[in-house]
Design a protein around this ligand. Sequence first.
Ligand code: DOR
Length: 465
Amino acid sequence: MASDYRGPILISGGRVIDPWQNLDATGDVLLQDGRVAWTHVGADSTPDIPAGTQRLDAAGMIVAPGFIDLHCHLREPGQEHKETIESGTRAAARGGFTTVCAMPNTEPPLDTAERVSYVVDRARESACVHVLPIGTITVGRAGRELADLSTLAMAGAALLSDDGTAVANDDVMRAAFLESARLGLPLSQHSEDPEIIGNAVAHEGEAARKLGLPSAPAEAETSIVERDLRLLAEAGGHLHVAHVSTAGAAELLRDARERGLSVTSEVTPHHLTLTDRALLGERGPQYGWPNGPVADTSLRVNPPIRSKEHVNAMVDALREGVIDAIATDHAPHSAQDKAGAFVDAAPGISVFETSFGLLMTGLVHTGQLDLPTLIERLTLGPAKIISSAADALGLRGLTPGAAADVVVLDPDRAWTVRADNFLSRGRNTPLEGCALRGMVTHTFVGGVPVYTAEEQSVAHGAARS
Ligand code: DOR
């Protein structure tokens, strides 16, 4: 399907999974004039199909709402050598993401309405998927003084976060919760206690010990989550725990949900599938992957890749719904940023283009998570957390009248990760050469094809010849 096509599209005969309608059945979806015109399953006669409609045969494929990412780094303004809104959203579209929330640890940070507006404007000019900016919680992300959070909200911030560092000061965080309650905006907290972390670059355990890497225990995360839950109970507001990664934090979240606190959380594809054995080169014996380099700097990420017991706890919490959403934490870096020793490497992984394949390979094809649950955690789960922004964009799954942000997925298509082919400027992936099963074949935003796998492989073929 050509990327300049603007007419009606019938996606026919796919397995339609729509968490908004609790739907999982074979059927057809018609996209017209930027909206989902109808979704049809079952034996009743098919609704009208307008003349001139292009048909996309989705037999054997999954048809689902576009994915919503609550956490990515698009690096604009200030670090365009790592990523731009244009390159980052093209990579997002390839990953099936039709709405992405962009973290504010840019240069300068998004701590004023003007800077938040800059991202909104740049996205209007250059993005191929929806970009929702995230405003900082504190001025300069320095953790001392609250930013003017209501003006950030008015400028379009969908969440607030000092991501990259936790807001460590109790009084500042309490004041932020009061604002969160007033504005109805979630605080996405990077839950790593700077006092416990020190100069650590890895999870405390056998792998870090063998490699002699400075490491920190899981309490680095649980101490902040525990503190935040206490402040939340006192002050109100909405706590969203970013990239949760430890069994202890999952336990705290489970308990807080039972107590009725307004807390949500997200987990990344890497914290669901990779263990710290990967630091020793054992990238994924469980997936049949070849060994990788030892102390591969592309595995340097905050929070660190954890041990198997934590990874298992993440999968359990995601399945149960204690963790609401999968978020990528797509964090592109330049080759230079990752070139030196592990301890010196910039933290972060380029995730957009591998996430669906990795989640299918690591969770669905291994029988740990069913496909409708995976789709829910990539769509409705995150939409509920940013509900007013999602409503404003018309994100209502595949219900009639919803924004036609839709993906077609091949659950079985096998492919091999080659970072050289990434659309992201960040080639920093620990999955180089890994065989994945599961691929996004089409991504539509407002009914317009913003990514198709066929066009992409044609483009790569052309680039090589
Ligand atoms: O690994 C990470 N990289 N974690 C973060 O929280 C920040 C991110 C970045 O900006 O590169």
